[in-house]
Ligand binder design. Structure first.
Ligand SMILES: NC(=O)c1ccc[n+]([C@@H]2O[C@H](COP(=O)([O-])OP(=O)(O)OC[C@H]3O[C@@H](n4cnc5c(N)ncnc54)[C@H](O)[C@@H]3O)[C@@H](O)[C@H]2O)c1
Length: 425
């Protein structure tokens, strides 16, 4: 018999290690926790959590004390290294369903190598790894620093992007991977997500991305997604709920099936992501009460003002801002910030620019833009609606994501990224 319900234990372990890293720069470098095997070397931390399984199921709060005690016992017995702080790299946990073994390291590749080699030598925390990925080596970003410096806020974090195989999602995945995060690319289009993950792993020369199938409108599928994340990396720091669809149509004509399809993905899908992602993040918070995590919904400028003959889309996006505000009020107790980012039109993305199915071609063929005879003229019409005279890009959205993560003193907000097309009322 062996324990397989890692979503219960791995986030608690991950939180404890993050918390124990303390106020050093390593606080910014959370560990990856990999469940593997059922034999642990003698140097492993050893904890008996059997008592946390009560008649009512697993009691998270009851698991925390024995876990902290086991950590303190490991520290007391560990060999002291002058001027360096050490952490266990392996944990053996006793449960009523058998023992579970977890391997902990800075990144997924190192943790997997440890588990394969059975190498439980202690992790040594250092202050040397503070340089922001791709930015200056000054460590903490100076006031007014660019988004390149800000990108260090996601370095070594475990992040999830739904709808990450193409469009804005792909841009976000690429941005986060280039900034040093481990990115779970979750998409209905698994083949697309796998292709992108493989390309990023080659480019980054590390395990930068892992593809996972999901249908965000199906609760069992969303639950399975977070189980896979816990089974693979032990926890999560940032959940980007990006998957979304459009089916435009007049309120006088639209089929209720089309309306529900859009609502199920854009609105209910976000609820399901926040529900199951929130549970995982809350569990981590039990052992890492000072660690801030984020849920970010990729909303739209159509969540800030109505969209003609596009009510299902705008309604779901407006509604999701109500969810963001409500979830933010509740989840603040667990260190989870919840914000929305509201981009303008991604005119270079496939939704608009696909040469066969894109909106430019569709609008040209439907004669939606008076006088327009080419795709370029249709595009110019939409660019002219933006005070900054261009569409929104992945880089624009990334700046907002870095802001939302870096800003510890804000939650429940909708951040517009529209080139001035939508202004505050
Ligand atoms: N493209 C724009 O101009 C624009 C503007 C503002 C906001 N947005 C928002 O950005 C997000 C991404 O839009 P996009 O234009 O990049 O979309 P897109 O159609 O280019 O890509 C969407 C991705 O989501 C995936 N997906 C669709 N349904 C799914 C489901 N049920 N479960 C899991 N994955 C699913 C698709 O396979 C695809 O990879 C959406 O929330 C959208 O509302 C887009």
């Amino acid at each position: 018999m062996s324990f397989t319900d890692h979503i219960l234990l791995a986030p608690l372990i991950r939180g404890l290690w993050i918390n124990a890293a303390g106020e050093s720069s390593d606080t910014k470098c959370p560990r990856v926790v990999v469940p593997a095997g059922d034999a642990a070397p003698a140097q492993a931390l050893s904890a008996d959590l059997s008592a946390a399984w009560t008649g009512d199921g697993f009691d998270e709060a009851q698991a925390v004390r024995p876990l902290k005690e086991a950590y303190a016992a490991w520290e007391a017995g560990a060999a002291k290294t002058e001027g360096a702080k050490t952490q266990p790299s392996c944990a053996r946990i006793k449960t009523p369903a058998g023992e579970a073994v977890y391997w902990i390291d800075r990144d997924l590749l190192s943790a997997r190598k440890r588990s394969e080699a059975g190498d439980a030598s202690p992790l040594v925390l250092s202050d040397t790894n503070t340089a922001p990925a791709g930015g200056s080596d000054s460590g903490i970003a100076a006031p007014g620093a660019s988004a390149v410096n800000r990108s260090s806020v996601v370095k070594d974090k475990v992040v999830l992007v739904t709808g990450g195989a193409q469009g804005f999602g792909e841009e976000i995945v690429r941005g986060l991977a280039a900034s040093g995060a481990l990115v779970f690319i979750a998409d209905l289009n698994l083949a697309g997500a796998e292709k992108l993950a493989a390309a990023l792993n080659t480019a980054e020369k590390r395990i930068a991305a892992v593809a996972v199938p999901v249908n965000v409108s199906d609760e069992a599928s969303v639950e399975a997604l977070f189980k896979t994340i816990a089974d693979t990396a032990g926890g999560l720091d940032l959940c980007v709920s990006n998957a979304g669809v459009v089916k435009a149509g007049s309120v006088l004509e639209q089929d209720v099936g089309a309306f529900k399809f859009v609502t199920d993905i854009n609105y209910t899908g976000f609820f399901l992501m926040a529900k199951h992602g929130g549970r995982l993040l809350r569990r981590q918070n039990r052992t890492a009460p000072g660690w801030k995590t984020d849920i970010i919904q990729i909303n739209s400028k159509s969540g800030l003002e109505g969209s003609n003959k596009n009510g299902a889309y705008a309604g779901g996006k407006f509604g999701a801002i109500g969810l963001v505000e409500s979830f933010a009020l509740e989840l603040v107790a667990y260190g989870i910030k919840v914000n929305a980012i509201c981009p303008g039109n991604f005119l270079d993305g496939p939704l608009w620019s696909d040469p066969e199915k894109g909106l430019f071609v569709q609008y040209l063929n439907a004669g939606k833009v008076p006088g327009a005879k080419t795709v370029a003229e249709v595009r110019a019409f939409y660019e002219a609606k933006v005070p900054m005279n261009r569409g929104c890009t992945g880089a624009d959205v990334m700046r907002a994501i870095y802001y939302a993560v870096e800003q510890e003193y804000e939650t429940g907000q909708a951040i517009p990224v529209t080139g001035g097309q939508v202004m505050l009322h």
